[in-house]
Ligand binder design. Sequence first.
Ligand code: 5GP
Ligand code: MN
Ligand code: MN
Length: 330
Amino acid sequence: ADFSAAVSAIRELAPTGRVLLICHVNPDGDALGSMLGFGLGLRRLGVPRLQATFPGTFEIPEPFAALPGLDLLVSEEQAEPEPDLVIVFDVAAVSRLGGLADRLSRARATVALDHHASNTGFAGVNLVDAGAAATSVVAEELLRRLDVPLDAEIAECLYVALATDTGSFRFDMTTPRVHEMAARLIATGLRPGEISRRVFDSRPFGAMKLSAEVLSRAQLDPTAADGHGMVWTYATLGDLERHGQRPYVLDALIDPVRCVAEVDVSVVVKELAEREWAVSLRSKGAVDVSAVAVALGGGGHRLAAGFTGYGTPGDVVTAVRDELGNHLIP
Ligand code: 5GP
Ligand code: MN
Ligand code: MN
């Protein structure tokens, strides 16, 4: 990748210019963790005018509400309108930048750090490593090339990013390189047990009751994907309201659903607004769900992807079902 071009742009513009860091809408652990970890690194370099932001509702999911570097964050409305340097994190396509996409066209230089195979190469400098388990792997490498040493705060952000995107070091992308990076991060003194409890094992009672309800309406479709099978469920804004929960709690639902042994593909359809749904797709290896998501206007990785769907949950699931057979992995 083009690390030296990224280093040059940062060395030229960051000491005096306005720097804006952006991650994707509805940020997950990798989006926030890689952005804030890198932001703290730029702060250590003395970058004076530095903001971090993401598009849409300015809400930090509770699991990430104690990350170091949160004070770098501003809402989309408060974000510098005319930045000199824009650096984006974990963003596969401009559509994931919502109303912040215009900051890229105005900036003097743009750098993207990402690991999605579906990345469209929309930035001036694209550090896209589809073999990296998380964007934070790319962020750590760029910090090293900027001669920023890891400290416990930077490490915590990068660790949360790595742990969330690898399913706590269980997914296929969990290479020796991932464990070597985890070792460097843990060596700064962070506490993996404490971080895991906060990020993964700490959910409101209402979220558990909501999960029970949403999981109980799951349906099995064994003939989908040429017989590899699909399981799906959906959650509405009404479900959230009834249990007094925020939308981010729905992001954890894909985990129990993707564990269903009888099928290859799992789908969770989450209401965003009337007739508009965020769709999470997971595969165990028979179907390339990234290609399915791209065909439906989204993106992601071969075994984990998503898109925005429209209509009823039944409409959305039918659209997925119709695409599955076109994207079987040989
Ligand atoms: P999740 O299901 O956890 O929200 O997302 C799984 C993967 O799919 C992530 O890598 C995420 O970046 C990608 N993804 C989810 N939703 C969308 C979407 O609407 N558009 C694109 N381009 N990618 C998405
Ligand atoms: Mn992400
Ligand atoms: Mn990621």
